[in-house]
Design a protein. Structure first.
Length: 193
C-alpha cells in the first residue's frame, strides 16, 4: 500500500509544489516559515490520504494549506498563562486582606456613596455619567440636553462637594452654596439648566 500511496502522492500532490509555494508566499507574512508550512501541509495530506484518497487532490492540498495557516494564526493568538517570572515581589496582590483593611475600605466606600447621594440631582447625574461611566463632556451634554459648559460646572461642583464632605463636613448639607458664590451660581443655574 505504501508504494501505491507514494506513487499517488508524487503524481497528484507534488506536481503542484510550485503553485503551493506561491500560494503560501502570497498568504503567509513570514517568508522564513513558508518551507515549513509546505512540509507540514504535505505531512497532513499524506496522513489523510493514507486513510482515504481525496476525490480532488489539488483542491484538498490547498484547503489543507489554508487550514494549516488558520491553525497557526489561532495558536499565535493564544496567550500563555504560565508564569513568566517570580511572583514573590508582587505581595500587594497576594497579601491576605486584613479585617482592618477590609473594614476601612468598606467605610470609605460607604462614605463615598453617602457623599454621592447628597449631591443635587442634576449634579449627581452629570457627575455619574462623566466620572463613573466615563462619557466625554460632549456625550454627557448631548445625552442630557445641556451645554458642555454646564457639564463642566456640574462636574467641578460635584468634585468640590464630595471633597468638602470627605474632609470632615459630613453633617452639613452638600448643596449649600460656597460663600460669595451664591449670586453667580444661581444666575448661572438659570441660564445653563
Amino acid at each position: 500500500m505504501t508504494s501505491l500511496l507514494d506513487a499517488w502522492f508524487i503524481r497528484e500532490i507534488l506536481v503542484h509544489e510550485g503553485a503551493l509555494v506561491r500560494y503560501l508566499a502570497r498568504s503567509w507574512p513570514r517568508r522564513d516559515e513558508i518551507h515549513d508550512l509546505r512540509q507540514e501541509t504535505y505531512a497532513r495530506v499524506y496522513q489523510s490520504a493514507a486513510k482515504a484518497l481525496p476525490q480532488q487532490p489539488k483542491a484538498f492540498l490547498f484547503t489543507t494549506a489554508r487550514n494549516l495557516m488558520a491553525d497557526h494564526v489561532r495558536r499565535s493568538r493564544v496567550v500563555s498563562i504560565e508564569p513568566m517570572g517570580d511572583f514573590e515581589p508582587l505581595h500587594v496582590l497576594m497579601d491576605e486582606l486584613s479585617p482592618e483593611r477590609w473594614c476601612d475600605g468598606r467605610q470609605l466606600l460607604l462614605r463615598l456613596a453617602d457623599a454621592f447621594d447628597r449631591l443635587p440631582d442634576r449634579c449627581r447625574e452629570v457627575f455619574w455619567l462623566r466620572r463613573v461611566e466615563e462619557l466625554s463632556q460632549r456625550e454627557v451634554a448631548v445625552r442630557l440636553g445641556i451645554s458642555e459648559k454646564t457639564v463642566e460646572k456640574h462636574v467641578a461642583k460635584g468634585m468640590r462637594l464630595v471633597a468638602y464632605y470627605f474632609h470632615g463636613n459630613q453633617d452639613e448639607p452638600m448643596d449649600r452654596p460656597q460663600p460669595g458664590a451664591e449670586a453667580g451660581e444661581a444666575h448661572g443655574r438659570q441660564q445653563t439648566d
